[in-house]
Ligand binder design. Structure first.
Ligand SMILES: Cc1cc2nc3c(=O)[nH]c(=O)nc-3n(C[C@H](O)[C@H](O)[C@H](O)COP(=O)(O)O)c2cc1C
Length: 480
């Protein structure tokens, strides 16, 4: 049975030596964050803080802070399986004849089992109230110059106001008072898009903030899934079993039944206030920018909820590992749309939107630029500032190999493209304007006459078979 909630996840992490418990009293104001960061920078454990000053609720951090923990949470070791399942579904033809239908039944039922199932109650409905306050939650202040306390791992549920397709996104929220937070959904993200549509209709948008849920649901909220795909379904595809949902009490939204806490309310797109500064995953404080306000109307929670959180800062912290799994899981989908792509890497030090290296099996001149242009038009990859395209003999995960390709196969004037005034990641500290900056593409593939390269392509240095076999056969004699 796939892991169904944070309680089970903690048990699994503990059984695998991936979780430590802290029983000493700790402060949600700065102290917990510093402990979590130190533990992450030293490649340490997930931590459950059992004694948080002023709160009766434990705090869990660094829960996804290693590949092992993600393997445990998502119950797989090869994360490309996730994207492959979606690719397989798109290839599934609906069989016509009776016999074909029978043959395809196992595949069809596999797909059906990933759909979310609505329940009338669940663990999260144990306590429901309209008398809710953000002050009851051990929400962290992470960095000394943060504008206040921020919810950092809340799954923000919205519904497309026209199509009704459900979404979950992890957007941070700054607490302003007992019943208000500022919703930092960046302009390019789906939550903000739903908010904009509601604004055009002159409506407030119902929003639920979910703490906890299946590890796969948390992962799905961060994953940049293709437009039109329900994130609850994506969570079910990831864990090979549909998640259970329940209805909110004060708004018309479905939420995971196995969550720890659900904070119900609405975002008023007309009520805009300054959010930040916040010590961000770029390693800098993102300055205050205007974002809309969320108003709390009710709470659903377990009797014994666990508050899950994360801290960000200069890479490499917890989000780097989640990003790596996203990179791996989306490879099959990217290859489906751009079949020449062999592999890609988004190094964590480049906070993911800063740099991507893509290897291709090149067949025609200009193909590297074609790939760059395609990816700059694709979902959140459109926000990536720098692309480096290399041939398929280069290992995109080995920076030495990549630097060798750039410095031996790219000519700065011929192979670099700069495109100005493009959408950029909201958090990019270097772009001239928030959300608008430039792209750089480096074509580090081998050039030939077809590319206008008139020189002879130089031969790669390589040992001959005879010498190789001789040294192989005598290797043990050398005393090395
Ligand atoms: C720890 C963490 C914090 C994040 N905070 C934000 C945020 O404040 N605002 C935002 O727009 N995206 C944030 N993201 C990224 C989004 O969760 C991510 O882009 C996701 O794909 C958005 O979902 P959407 O495509 O459905 O909008 C954060 C991601 C992580 C891992």
């Amino acid at each position: 049975m796939p892991i169904k909630d944070i309680h089970e996840f903690i048990t699994e992490l503990e059984n695998n030596g991936e979780l430590k418990r802290v029983k000493t009293e700790v402060d949600s104001n700065l102290e917990i964050a510093e402990i979590l960061r130190r533990e992450m920078y030293s490649k340490g454990s997930a931590i459950l803080f059992e004694n948080v000053k002023g709160y009766d609720m434990p705090v869990l951090g660094n829960a996804f802070g290693s590949m092992k923990r993600l393997e445990i949470g998502l119950e797989m070791t090869d994360f490309t399986e996730i994207g492959q399942r979606i690719v397989d579904m798109t290839k599934m033809d609906i069989p016509s004849g009776f016999l074909n239908k029978i043959k395809k039944l196992p595949e069809l039922s596999k797909m059906a089992s990933s759909f979310p199932k609505t329940e009338t109650s669940g663990p999260v409905t144990e306590i429901t109230s309209t008398d809710a306050s953000f002050d009851d939650l051990p929400i962290l202040k992470s960095w000394p110059n943060d504008a206040g306390r921020f919810i950092t791992l809340g799954l923000v549920a919205t519904k497309h106001p026209e199509t009704g397709i459900r979404n979950l996104g992890v957007y941070r929220m700054q607490v302003i008072d007992k019943t208000h937070v500022l919703m930092h959904w960046q302009k390019h993200k789906r939550g903000a898009h739903h908010g904009d549509i509601s604004k055009d209709r002159g409506e407030k948008i119902p929003v639920a903030i979910i703490i906890g849920g299946e590890p796969a649901t948390i992962f799905s909220s961060i994953a940049p899934v293709p437009e039109g795909l329900d994130k609850y379904l994506f969570a079910g595809i990831t864990r090979k079993e549909g998640i259970k949902t329940v209805k909110c009490k004060t708004i018309d939204l479905d939420v995971p039944a196995n969550a720890e806490i659900v904070l119900e309310g609405y975002v008023d797109p007309e009520d805009i206030r300054d959010e930040g500064p916040f010590g961000d995953h770029t390693g800098y404080y993102t300055p205050a920018e205007p974002f809309p306000t969320f108003t709390l109307t009710g709470i659903m929670r377990r009797k014994d909820p666990i508050y899950i959180t994360t801290v960000v800062g200069k890479p490499i912290l917890e989000d780097a590992y989640i990003g790596k799994v996203i990179e791996r899981s989306f490879l099959p989908l990217i290859r489906m749309l751009h079949p020449e792509i062999v592999d890609y890497s988004m190094p964590a030090a480049g906070w993911f939107q800063g740099l991507a290296i893509i290897s291709i099996k090149k067949r025609y001149p200009g193909q590297a630029k074609k790939v760059m242009m395609g990816l700059w038009g694709m979902g959140q990859l459109s926000l990536t500032k720098t692309f480096v395209v290399v041939d398929d003999d280069i290992n995109v995960h080995d920076m030495n190999d990549v630097i060798w390709a750039i410095t031996t196969r790219a000519d700065a004037a011929r192979d670099t493209i700069i495109i100005n005034n493009t959408p950029t990641d909201t958090l990019d500290p270097a772009s001239p304007l928030v959300n608008l900056g430039s792209k750089m593409g480096i074509d580090a593939t081998q050039k030939t006459k077809e590319d206008g390269y008139e020189r002879e392509v130089q031969q790669l240095v390589k040992v001959d078979d005879e010498t190789k076999n001789l040294v192989d056969s005598k290797w043990s004699d050398y005393g090395l």
